[in-house]
Design a protein around this ligand. Structure first.
Ligand code: SF4
Length: 424
């Protein structure tokens, strides 16, 4: 039997369209979209107290967040949806059409003793494993999500690239990573980003109280396993769900997509999404970049940067650039000079990432001195440049260290978009 589509991959407009078309006799378009908004809030704001104010003001429903445990527990979501959000017969129809189970399941969670990052191994329905990393920092809680199981791009310094591509994730499996981690925080009574640093949360408060004020994930970065633009439709749908103000409500500038620069997907992404874009550079020289990143042979840096320059001129958009520093490969002053020249005229921010070493690569991490010298050179040339000392290195959760050992191909679930709408 074909598995049900997961509700977690459905955007709000598509959910409204489904309500309108499935319940045609009783729902007009405006009512269907209002109910979709209420359902969305119920799905994604289960542990957020601000939900009450934001939803009651705009939608005819009175769901109380404490009564909506979709993010908070492993219970089936549909069972808990109150009837003032959606009538009984519509609810039954919804339950027959969609699965409300979280599409990925936390199999393992490893917490870094050094910085509090938590690396999760998530299992998909077909028993593949993807990795997701929760990164607590002062004032924010960032989730690094995967878009594929493995990756086809084969960057030479990256563990994931050595796996090859097993399959791309669906939108619900991407969104599900956030849902599963949110539930994990509730179940582990994590009361603040800082509390993640502690193994046991020492507090006099009851678990029930802590669960009511579990922190929200504030930032999402698409820097886990896979090349996001190689899975464009699922990526765009997942971002739509992350930034929907009736649901999770993340600001687009708190969502960052990291890419090696696939064309023409890059142009489509820039046209359709307001999320931040971070281009992985790793060398300012074409031949050298091709050696480190095989994709450069097909999509040369000059062509990728031309797209960014054109888009920046039209929109004033600012871009991030990621540069993994590899000892004696791309960390010389000449590289810094060439990089600054390459980015001249762009509103650019450069993230310098000293290589995270792993088994099976001859590449080495540079010392801090050349790293900061590289940064100073870029700054002297007028660029904004930061050094990112990756979190989670001790649990193999840092950039380029994510890998799974086993996996098999599985069947796919058709998308609602394909069913209801010919175009995104
Ligand atoms: S760095 Fe990113 S794009 Fe390159 S192989 Fe690794 S996961 Fe894929």
């Amino acid at each position: 039997m074909q598995p049900l589509m997961s509700i977690y991959g459905v955007t709000r407009p598509l959910l409204g369209l489904w309500l309108e078309t499935s319940l045609r006799a009783s729902e007009d378009r405006a009512t269907a979209q209002r109910r979709a908004a209420a359902l969305f809030a119920a799905l994604y704001r289960g542990v957020d107290r601000s939900f009450d104010r934001s939803v009651k003001g705009s939608v005819d429903c009175s769901v109380h967040p404490a009564e909506v445990p979709l993010v908070a527990t492993e219970q089936s979501a549909a069972k808990t949806l109150p009837e003032n959000v959606i009538r009984k017969e519509a609810l039954e129809s919804l339950q027959k059409s969609f699965s409300f189970q979280c599409p990925v399941e936390v199999r393992e969670a490893h917490r870094s003793a050094a910085d509090g990052s938590v690396k999760f191994a998530m299992a998909t329905h077909d028993n593949l494993l993807v990795e997701t990393v929760l990164i607590p920092e002062r004032g924010r809680l960032t989730l690094c999500v995967s878009t594929q199981v493995g990756c086809a791009q084969g960057c030479r310094f990256c563990q994931t690239g050595r796996m090859g591509l097993l399959r791309s994730l669906r939108a619900d499996e991407i969104v599900g990573q956030l849902v599963a981690v949110s539930r994990w925080m509730v179940e582990n009574a994590v009361s603040s980003p800082e509390a993640i640093h502690k193994k046991d949360v020492a507090s006099d408060e009851s678990d029930a109280n802590l669960k009511k004020r579990v922190p929200r994930i504030s930032n999402v970065v698409f820097m886990g396993m896979g090349e996001p633009l190689d899975n464009l439709e699922a990526l765009l749908n997942a971002i739509d769900i992350f930034v929907d103000e009736k649901g999770l409500g993340l600001s687009p500038n708190k969502v960052t997509v990291s890419t090696v620069g696939l064309l023409p997907q890059l142009e489509t992404f820039l046209q359709k999404s307001g999320a931040c874009l971070a281009l992985s550079l790793h060398s300012p020289f074409d031949a050298e970049r091709s050696r480190v990143m095989p994709v450069n042979a097909h999509h040369p840096l000059s062509e990728v940067l031309a797209v960014l320059r054109r888009h920046a001129q039209e929109s004033g958009r600012r871009f991030m650039f990621q540069y993994t520093l590899i000892r004696n490969v791309n960390d010389s002053p000449a590289h810094a000079e060439a990089l600054a020249a390459l980015l001249e005229g762009l509103r650019a921010k450069v993230n310098l990432i000293p290589l995270n070493e792993h088994e099976g690569t001859a590449y080495r991490r540079p010392g801090l001195e050349p790293v900061f010298a590289f940064q100073s050179l870029l700054k002297a040339r007028g660029l904004v440049a930061t050094v990112r000392l990756s979190k989670g290195r001790d649990i193999q959760a840092a950039c380029g260290q994510l890998i799974q050992q086993s996996g098999r191909r599985g069947h796919t679930v058709p998308s609602l978009a394909a069913t209801l709408s010919p175009t995104r």
